[in-house]
Design a protein around this ligand. Structure first.
Ligand code: UFG
Length: 316
């Protein structure tokens, strides 16, 4: 956003992030970010920020996203993701900022649709409270538009975001044990874990391990800019997949990471993880056509950038 000359204000409660990443974004871009530390569930906090200046649009990323944690602590997920979103929409309504880009997820397709997943497929029943919270928010936004067509709503359905900024200065740094594949692989490569676990090799896929549509976070970022530019003043409800359209198996990802890092990643194959599907990848043609956007960074680049971030991070 900064590199595209937008003025950016960031709100974050830093529950799974660090203010130093904001400073590093400033370092990379040479531009300043106004930062407010606070919680999306806190209406008065949001009201204070919105009363201080006029916003053209909101990019809403403020969600908890760990599937296992969501199963153990559903109220926390509904409270943060759903209640927090409602507080945000109320404040946006009050201050007449009615353009929003919402971070949705491929999880809203549920388990019953076959890949490639297309936006016009019926949403399924997500397999966990995290996924259900995303679907509820998509539905609330659609209802908001019906009640007031001045809203301009874009739900971006992310597939599996990975990678890091080329500089190696900013990237994913999950607190505690990572849930997702790439952080686990990269932490194993630097020796934080002795080995990793592959969840099942009996899926109906060429090597038996699960297939996902990994998308470089920089491609994901550019998808947001395109969506903002295309839809900001257009009105309507827009739903767009952000994926590459290409699936990679768990073993392919491990081997790609071994190649770029020149490390051996020890792994054991264990049982399937409950709730996982065998294959999940996008049909990205709507984003290609409507946003003139295409994800152009491949698996090797995703692994290289993750590796640069992970290996450099130890020195920061
Ligand atoms: N996997 C392993 N070992 C691990 C971690 C993951 O084998 O230690 C496998 C999984 O079984 C899956 C693949 O690697 O086949 C990717 O798993 P991730 O946990 O990285 O990602 P998911 O596809 O399960 O989850 C993603 C998002 C969620 C979203 C979900 C459903 O991270 O936010 O897709 O759309 F809910």
């Amino acid at each position: 956003l900064l590199q595209s000359n937008y003025k950016v204000v960031v709100l974050d409660n830093l529950v799974n992030s660090s203010e130093s990443s904001i400073r590093r974004v400033e370092e990379i871009s040479g531009r300043r970010i106004e930062f407010f530390k606070g919680d999306i569930r806190d209406y008065n906090f949001l009201d204070g920020v919105f009363s201080s200046q006029k916003f053209d649009a909101v990019l809403h990323f403020a969600g908890l996203k760990a599937v296992g944690e969501a199963i153990n602590e559903p109220i926390k997920y509904y409270e943060n993701n759903v209640l927090g979103s409602i507080q945000l929409f109320k404040v946006m309504q009050k201050y007449n900022t009615k353009s929003i880009i919402f971070s949705s997820s491929a999880t809203v397709y549920g388990n019953s649709n076959n890949s490639p997943l297309k936006e016009d497929m019926p949403t399924g029943i997500p397999t966990n409270p995290y996924g259900r919270s995303k679907l509820v928010i998509e539905n609330i936004l659609a209802d908001l538009y019906v009640s007031d067509p001045q809203w301009c709503i874009t739900s971006l359905r992310y597939f599996n975001p990975v990678g890091a900024h080329k500089s190696g200065l900013i990237g994913e740094d999950p607190r505690g044990l990572p849930n997702n594949l790439l952080p686990f692989i990269s932490q194993t490569a630097v020796g934080i874990h002795e080995k990793m676990f592959v969840f099942g090799n009996d899926y109906d896929t060429p090597d038996g391990t699960g297939i996902r549509d990994y998308i470089h976070v920089m491609d994901l970022a550019s998808g947001h800019i395109r969506a903002l530019e295309k839809y900001i003043s257009k009105g309507g409800v827009h739903t767009i997949n952000l994926g590459t359209g290409i699936g990679h198996s768990v073993l392919e990802v491990i081997h790609a990471f071994e190649t770029v890092s020149a490390k051996t990643i020890p792994y054991d194959i264990i049982d399937r993880r409950p709730g996982d599907v065998g294959v999940c990848y996008a049909d990205p043609s709507k984003a290609n056509l409507e946003l003139d956007w295409v994800a152009n960074r491949g698996l090797i680049e995703m692994c290289k950038d993750t590796w640069r971030w992970q290996s450099q991070k130890l020195l920061l």
